[in-house]
Design a protein around this ligand. Structure first.
Ligand SMILES: [Zn+2]
Length: 269
């Protein structure tokens, strides 16, 4: 129980860092320097006004100096990240598997935010995340989709699963994107989406990445069509934030992947 509470607090801090990344990586700024300041008046934010969630509540969502509104995005990202960390540790204990689940969730939360706000999926999240996923696969082997011939140890097999997961679904998506461009003469899929699937595959392996693609594209197509219809947007020009759907799909695959695939293949859970 104490581990879950500590994971929640640690998740708040990571969520606060995700906020900095979301803000600065969409503007090509460094996340290391300078210290955070109010975007409206430029005043440096004191440490006591930078406590995750709590400061936002105490300041009632306004800058202490100029009273400019602070986006509710900040406490929302902090809370969601904290909940992901707490839930990962609650479910898996203090383990590498929990670390994998928590970090993937935090990266997806960041990418959902940048895609919603700016229609951007920064490389530092996607390519950086792919590297983190592969390192984690070396430390804590993934369960392979198939018993890959020639790799007898679980460690090698898990690494192959992560590498194939990073390479194959993203390659398939890239080829589909090219074909779409040939046929429709406009960009259907961004390179950011392709890199995001590679990141998911590095964390979840081939099975997880394929599941993410299926859930993300089905959800994106369905909700996209409904949104275009309700909001009376033009289907020819409206750009669906596909990264948002991939992010939600990756989190779903990470948390519920095994029951979902077992149900799909007709295997009892
Ligand atoms: Zn201000």
């Amino acid at each position: 129980m104490i581990e879950t509470a500590l994971a929640f607090v640690f998740g708040l801090l990571i969520g606060s860092f995700v906020n900095v990344c979301v803000y600065r990586w969409t503007r090509d700024l460094s996340v290391v320097r300078p210290r955070s300041s109010c975007p409206a008046c430029g005043t440096m934010i004191a440490w006591y006004d930078n406590v995750p969630v709590l400061s936002f509540a105490l300041l009632r969502g306004r800058c202490r100096h100029c009273r400019a509104g602070i986006s509710w995005r900040y406490p929302a990202i902090e809370l969601l990240t904290a909940l992901s960390f707490a839930a990962a540790v609650y479910r898996l204990g203090l383990s590498l598997a929990a670390v994998r689940l928590a970090i993937l969730s935090a990266i997806c939360i960041g990418l959902i935010a940048t895609d919603l706000m700016e229609r951007l999926l920064p490389d530092k999240f996607t390519i950086g995340g792919t590297a983190i996923g592969i390192v984690l696969a070396c430390l804590d082997p993934l369960t392979p989709l198939f018993p890959y011939p020639g790799f007898d140890s679980p460690r090698w097999m898990g690494l192959v699963e992560a590498l194939l997961g990073a390479a194959l679904p993203s390659l398939a998506m890239w080829v589909l994107g090219k074909l779409f461009y040939r046929v429709r003469k406009r960009e259907g899929l961004g390179l950011g989406d392709v890199k995001m699937i590679a990141m998911t595959g590095a964390f979840l392996g081939l099975k997880g990445a394929l599941l993410t693609l299926v859930i993300g594209s089905t959800g994106g197509a369905l909700i996209g069509v409904i949104y275009i219809w309700i909001a009376r947007k033009s289907a020819a020009t409206y750009e669906i934030p596909f990264g948002v759907f991939l992010g939600i799909a990756a989190i779903t695959a990470a948390w519920f992947g095994d029951p979902l695939t077992n149900w799909y293949w007709g295997i009892g859970t």
